[in-house]
Each structure stands twice: as C-alpha cells, then as structure tokens.
Write a protein that binds this ligand. Structure first.
Ligand SMILES: O=c1ccn([C@@H]2O[C@H](COP(=O)(O)O)[C@@H](O)[C@H]2O)c(=O)[nH]1
Length: 267
C-alpha cells in the first residue's frame, strides 16, 4: 500500500489510528498462555476486532525476534491476517553500513513484504539509501522519539539547532513526501509546530498516546496537515486493555473510542 492509498483510507474511515501489535506471550490472557499458537490466536482476534477502526498496524519486531524462529513465523503469519487496505509498519529500527542495510531492506520489504520500516538515522545517508531505493515502500526515520532518552542526543544543540532538527532538515532531502515519514513521539507535542515548519508534508508516525501519556488532541492540533499527515500509534492501551476471554471485544472498543475522538478532529 502506498501513501496515496493510505490518505484515501484515512479520509474514508475518518481515522489515523495505527494499532501496535507488541505481542508479549507473558501478557496473554490466561486461557491463551496454555496454547501453543497463543500469539497467533491473540493477534488474529485483535486484528479482526480493530480493523474497522484503524488504517495501519505496526508490528514491533522485537517482540517476535525475541522468540527465535517461531517468532519470525508468527510475525509472517500475523502479517497475512492484516487486510490489504491497512498500511503495515515493521518497527525494527534498523540502519547499518550500506550493504548490510540492503539486506535489512530485503528482509522487511521483500521476504516479509511490509509497506514500511522504521530506521535510525545516525549512520547517515548510505545507511538509509538502500531502504529508499525501493519503489512503493516507505522509510520511517526516527526524528524526535517519545522516551526520556530523547534528551540525551536528539534534544542536544548542534550549533544553533537541536540534533533532531538537523536530522529532519537533512534526511528530508534524501527522499520525498511519498517515501519518507518520520517518528515523533506524542510526548513531544510541544515541538510539533516547529517540526511542521521543517517538514510540512511528510507523514509522522506518532507513538506514545495511551500507556506513555501523550495527548491525541495536542498531537492533532499541532501536527495535522491537509492530508492529516499523522499515524497515531497505540499498542498496550489497545491490545492489553482487557486480560479476560473478552480481550478482543475490549480492544475493539478501545480502538473505536480513539477513532471516534479522531473523527471529530478532522474539520
Ligand atoms: O519514539 C518512539 C518510537 C517507537 N516507539 C514504539 O511505539 C510503541 C508504543 O507502544 P505503547 O504501548 O503504545 O506505549 C512501542 O512499540 C515502542 O517501541 C515508541 O514508543 N516511541
């Protein structure tokens, strides 16, 4: 799925919600912890219950990679449950010297066929170029992250600008508004007006509402553009909203609540 199709889905559904599938076996409802395919059953039910209310799913690969071969198979099977009209994100935060990045790009864009991948910018252009070389795929670069550690480097001054501002200015020239998005944490909403001056048109992937306390209203107010330009992610706040056999219905309700809050912020 490309950006044009994503924008069309956003306006049709009045939703810019991305559901995060950070599925941790130790957090499954008790009845699924006993099942060999507990993660698959859980993810399938979550996708069925939430697909009407969201336009995107983000798979944080760490939760699958940690389980070795079985985890990679679970990631692939989970991807196959996601309807084609949803934008898929491999939250893998890759980036290495060029020939290694090329293998990461092949893994996530060809072998697994994700629509997009998150990458770290700090090894520079040759580490990101192999991802950008894929037509009809989107590279999502870490801009200003949601965590406390954003203060350690991203919010340090480099000359007269913050390091994250330098990243946005420079990286945005390596690609275009169709193949480049940036991660900005919902906890950093105070910087969004400034961020929109630097990258008015690129989509932003915004994690950090729900469990991390970011505000959907603030992010939308300061970050929205004429295409909406936002994918707001919630993972734990949706998928672990309930720990009983009714978990999927409750997850669906949580996704619906967020979609309804978004729908009134469209105008
Ligand atoms: O700055 C960042 C970048 C990525 N993440 C990821 O997003 C989700 C957030 O999960 P919640 O449970 O909704 O807090 C998770 O996969 C993080 O690794 C982020 O939080 N902040």
């Amino acid at each position: 799925m490309d950006k044009k199709a994503l924008v069309s889905e956003i306006f049709q559904k009045k939703s810019y919600l991305c559901v995060g599938l950070d599925t941790d076996r130790s957090k499954l409802p008790a009845h699924l912890k006993e099942e060999k395919d507990g993660i698959i059953i859980f993810n399938k039910a979550i996708i069925e219950a939430t697909k009407e209310y969201c336009v995107s799913y983000k798979i944080n690969t760490a939760f699958y990679e940690a389980r070795g071969l079985k985890g990679w198979e679970e990631m692939q099977e989970t991807l196959s449950f996601i309807p084609k009209k949803h934008f898929t994100i491999a939250d893998a935060k890759r980036g290495d010297i060029g020939n290694t990045s090329a293998q990461y790009a092949k893994t996530f864009f060809e072998t697994l066929d994700f629509d997009s991948i998150t990458v770290a910018p700090y090894m520079g252009e040759d580490s990101i170029r192999p991802f950008l070389d894929y037509e009809n795929k989107v590279t999502i670069v870490l801009g200003l992250t949601s965590n406390k550690g954003a203060n350690d480097f991203e919010l340090q001054k480099m000359g007269d600008q913050f390091l994250y501002e330098k990243v946005l200015h420079t990286v945005s020239k390596w690609g275009n508004e169709d193949n480049l998005m940036f991660v900005v944490g919902a906890t950093q909403a105070h910087e969004l007006a400034n961020i929109r001056k630097i990258i008015p048109q690129n989509f932003l992937l915004v994690p950090g509402v729900g469990a991390q306390g970011g505000s959907l209203q603030d992010v939308t107010h300061y970050g929205k553009n004429e295409e909406i330009g936002l994918l707001i992610n919630s993972s734990r706040g949706i998928i672990y909203a309930d720990n009983s056999e009714n978990f999927a219905n409750v997850a669906g309700e949580k996704a619906k609540e967020l979609q309804q809050e978004m729908s009134v912020l469209f105008s």
